[in-house]
Design a protein around this ligand. Structure first.
Ligand code: DOR
Ligand code: ZN
Length: 453
């Protein structure tokens, strides 16, 4: 069966444009009716959502759940359990696992492995690196949700394609209507600055920031905009961290070049002053930068230069996150705190609640061809909901976090709002911090306009 049947009564539904009070009926996993005083015929459970906000399930377009090959860091069962507890009902899983998702064989193996473990719905990225540009079509046909290209070095050290191959895959991206996400940092500059900062004898946590200064991002983004202009390829810049990137994207959009961008909660909530407090826990690629960058990213969100948020959930083992800044791994667990952190910001008035739906649900679903099945509360959509009480707090604690290594700067943070229910295709997965249904997730494939395929 595709899903379960429930009625959610009198909640405040948060769409990307308005908030309104209504009942939502979900029959066998799909939203069948939205209105007032809906009958409970045919449903197994009625949820009283009076005084609660009802968001479409969060779509986290950017997670690294480490399976296969890196399970010592974390795994898909843990990661997707954390997702459900954090209101995320769909995750898009990055391809820098072992082996990297570089052809349809690896893709199919990863898919069959994860299918039995998924606690939420999931899509899978393929990777394009220095020697597999010819695998683009076979990966599309196998069902990838999109691609990832690592222009800059990070976990897995997957080398980028050369410029000719990059140009060619962007042409294919345009033709087949498939987004390509980019880790946009110039690798040669990262190498140069890293060596320079190391030579200076630095080993404080902020040295990592200076080893990957904004020029690294600015250069890569400038190039991607140029390549998008000439190919029409669907460039999506993920984890945007530099204010120069925001400026470049705004300018590109004004010239009709349709590049899109994502940023992550850590770039919005932390800045360079936090290195002292959190040390290498907040080492991440690209690095967390100074406050002027943080401000520009907020502005980029409000002005529409940045259209999605992703968690960049990137767990590592404790021993990898400790000690010397140069040896320390980049990234930290994030899928579970993703929505609660941003909900807190919205409930404190930093951004409208509707903006959360836009950035964290609707836009990622649209971008990756999953909308309106995902990312919408509308008749015919999947019955994926996250139902929150704005009057209760969430405290980020090791006990609450579902992760092999709950390493995050947010431990002890008190957040406004609490998830009461996470619902996936009509099935209640989470009730008040308890995961009550496991392994209910399924693989989702994008819908791309057929004429373009
Ligand atoms: O900090 C990061 N960690 N940035 C990335 O781009 C990759 C990620 C990982 O996979 O560990
Ligand atoms: Zn990432």
């Amino acid at each position: 069966m595709y899903g379960d049947s429930i009625l959610v009564k009198k909640g405040l539904i948060v769409t990307s444009t308005i908030i309104y009070k209504a009942d939502i009926k979900i029959i066998e996993g799909k939203i069948s009716e939205i209105g007032s005083n809906l009958s409970n015929s045919g449903v197994d459970e009625v949820i009283d959502a009076n005084g609660l906000y009802v968001f479409p399930g969060i779509v986290d377009e950017h997670v690294h759940m480490r399976e296969p090959g890196l399970e010592y860091k974390d795994d898909f069962a843990y990661g997707t359990a954390g997702a459900a507890l954090g209101g995320v009902t769909t995750v898009l899983e990055m391809p820098n696992t072992k082996p990297p998702v570089e052809d349809s064989k690896v893709f199919k193996e990863k898919l069959s492995l994860l299918s039995h473990k998924a606690n939420v719905d999931f899509g899978l990225y393929g990777v394009i690196h220095n020697s597999n540009a010819d695998k683009f079509e076979e990966l599309v046909n196998a069902g990838v949700v999109g691609f990832k290209v690592f222009l800059g070095p990070t976990t897995g050290n997957i080398p980028p394609p050369d410029d000719g191959s990059l140009y060619e895959v962007l042409l294919k991206s345009a033709k087949l209507n498939v987004p390509i996400t980019f880790h946009a940092e110039n690798a040669q500059l990262v190498r140069y600055f890293t060596q320079k900062v190391k030579r200076e004898g630095r080993n404080d946590p902020a040295a990592h920031m200076d080893a990957r200064p904004p020029i690294c991002e600015e250069d890569a983004i400038r190039k991607l905009i140029l390549f998008s202009k000439w190919t029409g390829g669907r460039v999506h810049i993920v984890h945007l961290a530099a204010k120069e990137g925001v400026g470049l994207i705004k300018e590109a959009l004004s010239r009709g070049i349709k590049v899109t961008a994502e940023t992550c909660p850590h770039y919005l909530l932390l800045n360079s002053r936090d290195y002292e407090k959190y040390g290498t826990a907040i080492k991440v690629n690209p690095p967390i930068r100074s406050e002027d960058h943080q401000k520009a990213l907020w502005q980029g969100i409000m002005e529409g230069a940045i259209i999605t948020l992703g968690s960049d959930h990137a767990p590592h083992a404790a021993e990898e996150k400790e000690g010397d800044v140069w040896r320390c791994a980049a990234g930290f667990t994030g899928v579970q705190t993703f929505f609660p952190l941003m909900l807190d910001q919205a409930l404190k008035g930093r951004l409208p609640l509707t903006k959360l739906t836009e950035l964290m649900s609707e836009n990622p679903a649209r971008l990756f061809g999953l909308w309106p099945r995902k990312g919408a509360i509308s008749v015919g959509s999947d019955g994926d909901l996250v139902i929150v009480d704005p009057k209760v707090e969430t405290v980020v604690s090791k006990d609450w976090l579902k992760a092999k290594y709950p390493i995050t700067p947010y431990l002890g943070w008190r957040l406004k709002g609490k998830i009461r229910y996470t619902v996936l295709r009509g099935k209640v997965l989470v009730r008040d911090d308890r995961l009550v249904a496991e392994k209910y997730g399924m693989f989702v494939e994008p819908m791309r306009s057929k004429e373009k395929l």
